[in-house]
Design a protein. Sequence first.
Length: 345
Amino acid sequence: MGEKYGCKHQANPRLFLVKKHLLGAKIVGVLAPLKGSKYPCIDAHLHVVDFLQDTGGLRKCLKYMDKANISHACVFGLPVTKLWASWERSSPGYYLGDNSKCYYYSAVDPFIAREYETLSPEEQQRFFLFIGGFNPCDKFAYKHIERMVKYFPNMWSGVGEILFRHDDLTNLTYGEPPRSNHPAMDSVFELCADLDMPVCVHQNITSVGTNTYPMWLYELEEMLQKHPKVRFVWCHCGISRRVYSPVYYQIVQRVLEHYDNLWVDIAWIVFDDYICPKGVPDPDWLQLCEKYSHRICIGTDIVNKFEFLPATIQKYDVFLDALSEKAAKNLAFDTAFNLFSKVRA
């Protein structure tokens, strides 16, 4: 559509990183040909739209899920969309494409719901749909969830991915910085507790400018302490671009020990940079995942580019191979299934 009007989207730097990772892995022999995982698995973190709210559709997603050996997927939209600003001659293709802002976009949830309605009952059972198209700083946010449940009943398995503290995205989004302990979230979390819906949150532990001290970890802990009846999933374990910690596994271990209502997914950068750097499983993370395998799940964090599903999910095989059979099965399938299959609100 963009080329029709004389413009082209800028390249998505995230796709470049994926391609770079896959090429590097092929060179060192970590990944076999791109056939997906050898483990039957659930993708616990998949965005079916991009930051322009475009999608290839759930049927295309199913096609590549089959190639990847992914039986089910947790389907997120994106709660924000990228503005094409008047001063930018080329349209952006990603939230980091230029300096223009992002804004909250509630239409994403009904769009995904309508996509879901076109599927057969058997196909629908393979997706766990999440509600996420609301401003987490708005004390009326809970009303959006109520409306989605009312107008699209028996469809929703959770809420998320709620984008709280992020990297550059926080500064690029209109409004006040969202945070996991924001007062607007109390009514959202109380509603989720009533509906028994798990909540997936993106909450970095610190800012890019203060990238070695966990200055925002207390916000996550306040959320966990205040809402003990909610099952929370900490996406990426709180890691994002340019956020570092030499003992990060100890931080994750401590919060898992202290909060029984917390699960984590190990998608995106935390896996590549900490858990399995250069395709070599880290011993500390192996021990952590062995102990808490019933509360840890894997995901691709693909943003609409479903053709990358087989290669991205396959990268976990080398790590799963190093775990016990039970722990590997938990990370690949059982943890996510037990967590997300309980509810269709």
